[in-house]
Design a protein around this ligand. Structure first.
Ligand code: CP3
Length: 361
């Protein structure tokens, strides 16, 4: 594949952008760091007044197609919180829209699909994604990388199971009942669906890496709904296909899901370099379950941010200590899931400073 040749042909310098020696990328590679790097999932968004201001009157998915706006929103939390990495402002359903799926993001609800995918005939609507389908992504990443300098930009995509759940249910679901009915009852259709999604997701990540993203995160947000054996048999091959597709670039690959305590061993085998952990499993225990050779990301309970500063700092210190107890594991500090819209942005800024100062070596 032409895209992977530069990274595979002994030209790592081409991929060693200005962010190569940042604390974030060093931790992801499990190299020594000046301090534990910290960023937050959903750090750009409704907790920030400056976000609400620039988004006023612009539907969510429209905003993802305006490169200057994407650049501004991505930079807002970097300026305000001084986090160690930026995450690209977009959404997991953007590539689905780009291949022609009728999807909208309803405020307070989430992604809603007009015609859910339920049959082999429906699968034809999930055609392969091409770079030409999303010139606005390439442009926005390029603008950002120029502006960010030595701060790394994290690209991302939704994992096959999480995307499949929205596509099959038609919208957000707690029980994933139609999704699981397909997985158990129509295994060939299910396998074909997650395989198509793996290809779309791989291309979405490639487009971001080619444009300059220096790490990628696969959001397998709802995979914790599965028993380990079902994950291993019916979902893991598609996620592994995604990690393999971008392996040649040499950029760190992060794998995140919620409620994955029982899946951590399998997530460690799925192919990522960094495993994201929610707040339910302490990082030293998570390291045992994930196995050797992986960095960890996490895992402060987001709800702790609603407690007084002294409590936030004590709980953040517990996270740092648990990570330090497994000294050969790289650690990227994060919340166990995303920033909530009602969080106090100042509490997040204080947490960033606390983590960076307390962990300084
Ligand atoms: O700051 C960042 O993390 C980068 C941007 C980002 C968004 N969505 C922007 C967004 C990222 C990484 C995502 C990923 C995403 N989108 C996930 C996986 C992450 C996770 O939370 O586990 C999922 C499941 C989605 C689907 C989705 N999109 C949901 C559930 C929602 C919330 C709907 C609501 O209103 O409560 C969205 C919309 C969305 N994506 C918003 C943002 C900032 C809010 C929409 C708005 O501001 O109008």
């Amino acid at each position: 594949m032409s895209e992977t040749t530069a990274a595979q042909s002994g030209q790592p310098a081409a991929r060693r952008g200005a962010a190569y020696d940042s604390a974030f990328l060093r931790a992801a590679r499990r190299e020594p760091v000046p301090h534990t790097p910290v960023w937050f999932m959903r750090q750009a968004g409704r907790s920030l007044p400056e976000y609400l201001k620039v988004r006023e009157g612009i539907p969510m998915l429209d905003s993802c197609m305006r490169p200057e706006l994407v650049k501004e929103i991505t930079l807002q939390p970097v300026r305000r919180h001084k986090v160690d990495a930026a995450i690209f402002f977009s959404d997991i359903v953007v590539p689905l829209k780009a291949v022609g799926i009728d999807v909208d993001i309803k405020p307070g609800v989430g992604p809603v699909i007009a015609d859910p995918i339920r049959s082999f005939a429906d699968l034809e609507r999930l055609r392969p994604l091409e770079p030409a389908d999303m010139p606005y992504i390439t442009e926005a990443v390029g603008l950002l990388v120029d502006e960010l300098g030595s701060t790394p930009l994290i690209g991302f995509a939704g994992a096959p199971f999480t995307l499949a759940s929205y596509l099959v249910e038609g919208g957000p679901s707690k029980s994933h009942e139609k999704t699981k009915a397909m997985m158990y009852g129509a295994p060939e259709l299910w396998a074909a669906l997650v395989d198509r999604l793996a290809d779309i997701t791989s291309m979405f990540l490639k487009i971001q890496i080619e444009a300059g993203a220096s790490a990628v995160q696969l959001f397998d947000s709802w995979v914790g709904a599965l028993a380990p054996e079902d994950y291993r048999r019916s979902v893991m091959p598609a996620s592994t296909k995604v990690f393999d597709a971008v392996a040649g670039y040499g950029v760190p690959r992060i794998h995140f899901g919620v409620g994955t305590g029982e899946l951590l061993g399998l997530l460690g085998q799925a192919g990522a370099d960094v495993v994201g952990v929610d707040w339910r499993v302490p990082l030293d225990v998570a390291a045992e379950r994930v196995g050797p050779g992986k960095a960890l990301q996490g895992n402060l309970d987001p709800a702790v941010l609603f407690a007084p500063t002294s409590v936030v700092e004590a709980k953040a210190r517990e996270v740092l200590d648990a990570a330090a107890a497994v000294s050969d594991t790289g650690h990227i500090f994060n919340l166990g899931h995303g920033v909530m819209p009602s969080m106090d942005p100042d509490a997040l800024s204080r947490l960033v400073a606390f983590v960076q100062e307390t962990s300084a070596r």
